[in-house]
Design a protein around this ligand. Structure first.
Ligand code: UT7
Length: 332
């Protein structure tokens, strides 16, 4: 049987994670903006988030996550075909943050590139890895989510300043043909509302200039209510596509893991899908919204409760809008 005739899928064989030590609590935020701790927990489910204070870029978070991944799996750097980095706030416009991470971790015999799909990044990366591995061209890839969001968060804006945190994750994927891995991925974009979550300045539309150094251009802005509604419907829709085209019953799915952006969004998605919250893991209270890193972060905490063959569905939604869902059959 040739490589392309086999049913090769990427198997998740290890997850590393890094969370900066500094905690920013709701009480801390009360001192920074017009908000109150009670409102934040009731309307978002967030108690605290982690903040990178080392004066480093997003690559630092990715490097630390890869070091953790290495301590768990002992992978051979020479066998890694490439690194794909998801970041909503990369180190530089270019070179890719993946290249910095590759250099600093010594994983430098393959490719390294970044993708921009905001909170949907992990799903988009999984789809790329699936296609790469099915092609037979690549055998081992690391997907890094390096999210330094505190640097683009306006801590005087109560519509966004309460939501975001920093984190890094690193997921090692290996081509397997035993059906234990990322069985199916569906990604979608809804560009009609592309600017509903945005960092406007610093690109070619609004280059850095004395007029564009204000928070209005350099920090995250969003239409919270519109995003909320779209996120719920989009994640429920795309998850239903994944469930139905893989013939998955609700009973046999052990966990559905939605992007951790707001506990009320997570609960609304669970309700639309008719999944009980016992099957919907939540860690947003500890870390807030860490963009593309939220799902691998949940998986890194969940892995001890998973056994080979467990069926897990993940779904994410973010700026673009970019969203997706995937069906994973757990491998370890
Ligand atoms: O990864 C994807 C990225 N983003 C998201 O998924 C975020 C989606 N959106 C949300 O999570 C929510 O829309 C927010 C958390 C941003 C806002 O919650 P909301 O329930 O949609 O609040 P709202 O904007 O409808 O405002 C309700 C009330 C308003 O007061 P009035 O007009 O009813 O008196 C706001 O002024 O809550 C007030 N409010 C706040 N009060 C205290 C809004 N933000 C705050 C705040 N602290 N931080």
């Amino acid at each position: 049987m040739s490589e392309t005739e086999k049913n090769i899928i990427p198997s998740i064989i290890g997850i590393g994670a890094y969370l900066p030590e500094k905690r920013l609590t709701n009480e801390d935020l009360e001192k920074l903006m017009d908000t109150n701790a009670q409102w934040i927990i009731e309307r978002t489910g967030i108690l605290e988030r982690r903040i990178l204070t080392e004066g480093k870029g997003a690559s630092f978070l990715g490097i630390k996550a890869i070091e953790h991944l290495y301590s768990k799996t002992g992978f051979n750097a020479a066998e890694i075909d490439g690194i794909i980095c998801c970041s909503s706030n990369p180190d530089y416009k270019f070179p890719a943050t993946a290249c910095i991470i590759a250099r600093e971790t010594g994983i430098n015999s393959g490719f390294a590139f970044d993708i921009t799909a905001a909170c949907g990044g992990f799903l988009f990366a999984l789809d790329i890895v699936s296609a790469y591995m099915k092609s037979g061209k690549y055998k081992q890839i690391i997907v890094v989510c390096a999210e330094n969001l505190s640097a683009i968060t306006d801590f005087s804006d109560r519509g966004t300043g309460i939501l975001f945190g920093d984190a890094g994750t690193a997921v090692l994927l290996k081509a397997m043909d035993n059906n234990y891995g990322v069985v199916d991925v569906k990604i979608k974009s809804d560009p009609a509302q592309a600017e509903n979550i945005i960092v406007k300045g610093g690109g070619s539309a609004f280059p850095i200039s004395p007029e564009t150094v204000s928070n209005e251009y350099t920090k995250i802005r969003q239409d919270g209510r519109a995003v909320f509604k779209s996120a719920v419907n989009a994640m429920a829709d795309v998850t239903n596509i994944i469930l139905s085209r893989n013939g998955l019953s609700k009973e046999e799915v052990k966990f559905v893991i939605p992007h951790q952006a707001n506990l009320r969004i997570i609960e609304a998605v669970a309700k639309l899908l008719d999944f009980p919250m016992e099957k919907v893991p939540v860690n947003i209270h500890k870390y807030g919204n860490t963009s593309s890193a939220t799902i691998p972060l949940v998986l890194s905490e969940l892995e001890q409760h998973l056994v080979p063959g467990d069926k897990v569905v993940i779904t994410a939604f973010g700026s673009g809008y970019s969203y997706g869902a995937a069906y994973i059959q757990w491998a370890y």
